[in-house]
Design a protein. Structure first.
Length: 278
């Protein structure tokens, strides 16, 4: 797909049908969830995924304070994006409940309340700094969004493959269709914004190289994100998956060729130390 403006990308996105419609949700065979085993090691992973999805309203609120969030096309996209992400979290939570894993009735509120104060403080400092740079930071915001959406989609794909639970797979495929549209929006707008100036490219490259962390880390404990990554992408095969499906795609963006930050950070988590030393 070729887009000339952010509005073109938004127009495309708004034509994409929702996957998790009331009809789709009503037809999920919830009564069959317990018929299939779910390895206990995936429960913390699903909880992490659930929590990260519902924290999108916090990210959106911070972005609205910046020139990026005030851009009409991006703001309109994020209105629907936020609704869809929260639905993703709700579907994962219901699956866990149907599988016999009890969660709090107020889990969404508790997830937001458990975000460390230092994370909120640091985020506001970053927001202030990005406002000083202005619209040229939009390319960086969109690049981060593309990385996070790509990573999330691949995590769901790996969960489908590893958990091998038919009902969970059905739910996650629906989620992935929406995540794919999110990825396309972020990646396409990042490409348009990065093309505008070498300065935007240098900022994006510098920030990703020095400050990128796996999605959710900071708002959630590092040990939780590391567990999720290690469970889904452990070993050389898992690392290669991230390198091919995420890093290589991000490297196609203007000014980001050869940027290996994502792969390098994931490698430290998923490959044994003795393999890293070789």
């Amino acid at each position: 797909m070729k887009f000339e403006t952010k509005q073109d990308v938004l127009n495309w996105y708004e034509k994409q049908p929702r996957s998790l419609t009331p009809e789709f949700i009503s037809q999920i065979p919830w009564d069959e969830v317990k018929k299939y085993p779910l390895d206990k090691k995936f429960v913390p992973v699903l909880l992490y995924m659930r929590d990260v999805e519902v924290l999108t309203d916090m990210y959106y609120e911070e972005l609205r304070r910046t020139p990026t969030g005030k851009d009409p096309s991006i703001s309109k996209f994020m209105e629907r994006w936020g609704v869809e992400e929260i639905t993703h979290g709700e579907m994962i939570d219901r699956f866990l409940n149907e599988a016999g894993i009890e969660t709090s009735r107020n889990w969404k509120t508790e997830v937001r309340q458990n975000v460390p104060k230092f994370y909120t403080f640091n985020t506001r400092i970053v927001t202030t700094l990005t406002n000083l740079i202005g619209k040229q930071f939009t390319a960086t915001h969109m690049t981060f969004g593309a990385i996070n959406e790509l990573s999330t989609a691949q995590a769901y794909r790996r969960m489908i493959e590893l958990a091998n639970h038919p009902v969970l797979s059905h739910i996650l495929r629906g989620i992935m269709r929406e995540e794919s549209a999110h990825t396309q929006f972020y990646w396409s707008v990042a490409k348009l914004e990065l093309r505008k100036s070498e300065f935007s490219q240098r900022i994006a490259r510098f920030v990703v190289k020095n400050f990128w962390a796996p999605v959710g880390q900071g708002a959630k404990p590092k040990k939780d994100s590391n567990y999720t990554i290690a469970t889904l992408f452990n070993g050389e095969e898992g690392f290669d998956w991230i390198d091919r499906k995420v890093s290589k795609h991000i490297q196609e963006l203007p000014g980001l060729n050869g940027l290996n930050t994502i792969s390098e950070k994931i490698k430290e988590i998923v490959l044994p130390k003795q393999m890293l030393a070789n």
